[in-house]
Design a protein around this ligand. Structure first.
Ligand SMILES: [Zn+2]
Length: 242
């Protein structure tokens, strides 16, 4: 009886792992494809993204957001500044509207509380801790093994070894928690984005934008999966602490 239970659990784990790896692999391509498609679809207003951002800025932020130029594909929001590339500003595509609305969603988060600022601080802290992840893990493992093989038989070495490995595991879980929180923050920014878009675009267009934002969110899940599985080396290179 127990043999079947164990076989069942193993099969489910393997199936789950395959599914997770498939999601991780699929998400990037899926997003790029949706992006390409909607980049070629103009919005029904025929308005540029710049005029849309200016309108939202006036309506929701009392004109307090600052606009800045940035290189292509690096559109982002940071501390009261919406940075957009020239191409994005002049574009009237639904893709452009969706991406910019998401950044405006982050602006709304920033203006209505400190979740985003806290997250940025935490991210920086985890990134610094991340530098110690591998050295701590390796040093701890080596010390523990030296104790196991009685090269360093004193108890203090194994205690130190286990302590260092434990510290590295704590850092690993911090990275996971951070990614998890990031997904929640991204989701909320996209929800705000859809509210903004709903004020300007048709239901059909908002639906298309939502598909793109969902595809973008899937890439965050993929990033979480890659982080979770990074130690198995199945997912290749991962930005564990970025
Ligand atoms: Zn975002």
């Amino acid at each position: 009886m127990w043999t079947y239970v164990i076989i069942g659990v193993v099969v489910m784990l393997v199936a789950g792992l395959c599914f997770a790896l498939a999601v991780a692999g699929f998400s990037g391509e899926n997003f790029v494809e949706k992006l390409r498609q909607l980049d070629a679809t103009p919005n029904s207003l025929r308005a540029t993204t710049l005029s849309y951002v200016e309108s939202i800025n006036k309506r929701y932020f009392g004109g307090k957001l600052r606009l800045q130029d940035c290189p292509e594909f690096e559109d982002h929001y940071s501390r009261g500044v919406v940075a957009l590339s020239e191409k994005t500003m002049q574009s009237n595509s639904i893709a452009s509207f969706a991406i910019v609305s998401h950044e405006l969603g982050h602006a709304k988060q920033d203006f209505s509380g400190d979740t985003l600022t806290k997250h940025w601080k935490l991210r920086r802290a985890v990134k610094i801790c991340g530098l110690f992840f591998m050295p701590l893990f390796l040093a701890g493992t080596v010390l523990s093994l030296l104790w196991v093989f009685e090269i360093l038989p004193q108890l203090v070495y194994v205690c130190l070894g286990v302590g260092l490995v434990a510290a590295s595991i704590v850092i690993f879980f911090l990275a996971i928690i951070l990614k998890w929180r990031e997904i929640k923050i991204e989701r909320e920014a996209s929800d705000f984005a859809l509210q903004f878009l709903g004020e300007y675009l048709s239901d059909e267009e908002v639906k298309l934008a939502q598909e793109l934002l969902n595809a973008a969110r899937l890439t965050y899940w993929a990033s979480l999966i890659r982080t979770l599985l990074s130690w198995t080396l199945l997912t290749g290179k991962t930005k564990l602490f970025n």
